[in-house]
Design a protein around this ligand. Sequence first.
Ligand code: PAF
Length: 287
Amino acid sequence: MVTVNTILELQAAVKAWRSAGESIAFVPTMGNLHAGHLHLVSVAKTKADRVVVSIFVNPTQFGAGEDFDTYPRTEQEDQEKLKSIETDLLFLPPVAEIYTPDAQTTVSVSGMANLYCGASRPGHFNGVATIVCKLFNMVQPTVAVFGLKDFQQLTVIRTMTRDLNMPVQIIGVDTVRESSGLAMSSRNGYLSAAEKTIAPLLYQSLNTARDAILAGNQPYPDIEQHALRFLQQAGFQPDYFSVCRSSDLKNATLQDTDLVLLAAARLGKTRLIDNIYFSKEPGMNAD
Ligand code: PAF
């Protein structure tokens, strides 16, 4: 695996591959890699001739008072892990390589980017859309692979690539979970031992809500309220729990068949997010 820190080195490497007729799959990350990230890389390897991974803790997607300074940075271990699964290239730029002080352009996806996590973290998805757009322009991948755990992020990125005619195929990959059901996340490292026993209840609340929807005997707002109460009683400070249409994340109606349940809740100082997506049509369940 080659590790490069500059855009010029990155572009030279990907240009050589493209000239040789090779396709490129891209996995953008913020590092502190866990089994979920490595699964994204293994899927990427099946989609193209070469795999590029970036590790960049993107300052513009963190709000004031959020964990940008304390976000776990484990570059040495990350490089070992990526090497062991035969990643072709790691792009590991410093902030100054990516953001110049005279930059005047940002990418913003209106509408859904201001709901759910966007409402609690104003500007977050503008930061995500801008960095992903910049990285796509640098890497020019054929496909890019993202985790379905960040379902809203994936939907924002799909919308951006569609609206801006970006020639990249976006692939969503299933969430990797601990045996407890807790979705793997770099932020799980913030949880105390006691909180780790409570955290899986977030996934449990999603499963319970899905079962109630499939049983078909409760209005969606009641299901949401029930889940919020359950989370609060378990010791979370819930942020939102929403029954959405999976295509555009609007509030689902009883007529919608493809649904995603989006949830976010704080446990101590850790903000956890998770989701379940499924179809109400028999035999079409997606999760
Ligand atoms: O999901 C992440 O790790 C980040 O939001 C991403 C997509 C790498 C952009 O910084």
